[in-house]
Structure formats: structure tokens, C-alpha cells
Design a protein around this ligand. Structure first.
Ligand code: NI
Length: 198
């Protein structure tokens, strides 16, 4: 099998059950996640150049917060670290993508309601390509390139947006955006408000 064929496959990972997370652990994880109004969420993250122990530690910390929040995806930007790193976990084990790019996207799109850990309590309809081919490095600097579809493709696109300072508020209609912001302002933004997702 050629190198190209091998790297065209998604990395193999073990199936993993997501355990229930106690509320105080969820709250502690969510306190580390920047939310709407924090200017860092609008920054463009810088590419990673060193695949070192510090990067590995960042990846482990992001996966721990992803599990505890709990969420299906998290971008480094959401922790105030403006580097091009994202993690996600759909139904296999966690994946870390460093310097990810979308190589190609299907013409077919679909509209799905998305939540965001940085927008507690908000859900917005977002149209995105159903399938995308992603190219990235893993935490050790090895090249990855594979095709994704459905939720996995959606999560990667959502987190990549974070790395470019883009939130789902900019990916929805003006009406939906206005409604979501109105509800967000009216709601008590205490620690109990549950942001789902990405
Ligand atoms: Ni998000």
C-alpha cells in the first residue's frame, strides 16, 4: 500500500464510551473555556512550528477539557491559546489535528443546528458541506489526510472556524443571529447555563 493510500485513511482509534461527568467537574472545565465577548475568540490562530512536549501537553489538556465539559470538539483558541490546534471526539477516541486545512469539500451541503462551548445555551442552524477532506499533522508532526462526513466533518469545520476567529453567529442568517443574541442577553449567564457541543 502506498504512503498516499495509507495517509488517506482516517487514523485508527478504539471505540470509547463517554462516561457521565459530575456537574462540578463540568463547571470547572467550562470555566476554562472563553465565551462570547472575549476578544481572543476573534483572533486568527498561528500555525504550530514545534512538535514538542509543550504541544503534547496542550493536546492532553484540550482532550481533558473536551471530556469534562463535555463536548465533541474544542479549538485551542477557546482556551485563549491562539495556535492552530483542535481536538474532537465523535464516536471513536479523541483526535488532535495540528495546522488543519480543508483540502476539498462536497458540493452537497446540509443545515444542522450547532451549539458551541463558547456560546452557552445557543443553538443556531448552520449550513456546511456534508463531506470534507482534511489535511493536518498529528501532535508528533506526522502527516494526516483523510475523508470525513456527517458529524465528524461538521465538527472539524466548526473548530477550524474558531482557529480563524469565526463563530457560528457568522454562519447563520441575520434573523437567527439576532434571535440568538437576544436570548443570550436575556438569559441568566450563570455557570449552570448549558452550552452544548462544539
Ligand atoms: Ni465552538
Amino acid at each position: 500500500m502506498s504512503q498516499t493510500e495509507r495517509t488517506a485513511r482516517r487514523p485508527a482509534r478504539g471505540r470509547r464510551e463517554r462516561p457521565e461527568v459530575p456537574p462540578e467537574v463540568q463547571a470547572a472545565a467550562r470555566r476554562q473555556i472563553r465565551t462570547l465577548g472575549d476578544p481572543v475568540l476573534r483572533e486568527t490562530a498561528r500555525p504550530v512550528k514545534e512538535f514538542d512536549a509543550e504541544l503534547a501537553a496542550l493536546s492532553r489538556r484540550m482532550i481533558a477539557i473536551l471530556h469534562d465539559a463535555p463536548g465533541v470538539g474544542l479549538a485551542a483558541t477557546q482556551l485563549g491559546v491562539v495556535r492552530r490546534v483542535l481536538v474532537y471526539e465523535v464516536d471513536d477516541g479523541p483526535v488532535t489535528l495540528v495546522n488543519p486545512t480543508i483540502v476539498s469539500a462536497s458540493p452537497a451541503t446540509e443545515v444542522v443546528d450547532e451549539g458551541c462551548l463558547s456560546l452557552p445555551g445557543m443553538t443556531l442552524p448552520v449550513e456546511r458541506p456534508v463531506e470534507v477532506r482534511v489535511r493536518a499533522r498529528d501532535v508528533r508532526g506526522r502527516r494526516l489526510e483523510y475523508d470525513t462526513e456527517g458529524l465528524e466533518a461538521r465538527v472539524i469545520q466548526h473548530e477550524l472556524d474558531h482557529l480563524d476567529g469565526v463563530l457560528i453567529l457568522e454562519r447563520t442568517s441575520r434573523q437567527e443571529r439576532a434571535r440568538a443574541l437576544r436570548e443570550f442577553r436575556e438569559r441568566d449567564t450563570g455557570a449552570a447555563s448549558a452550552g452544548s457541543g462544539l
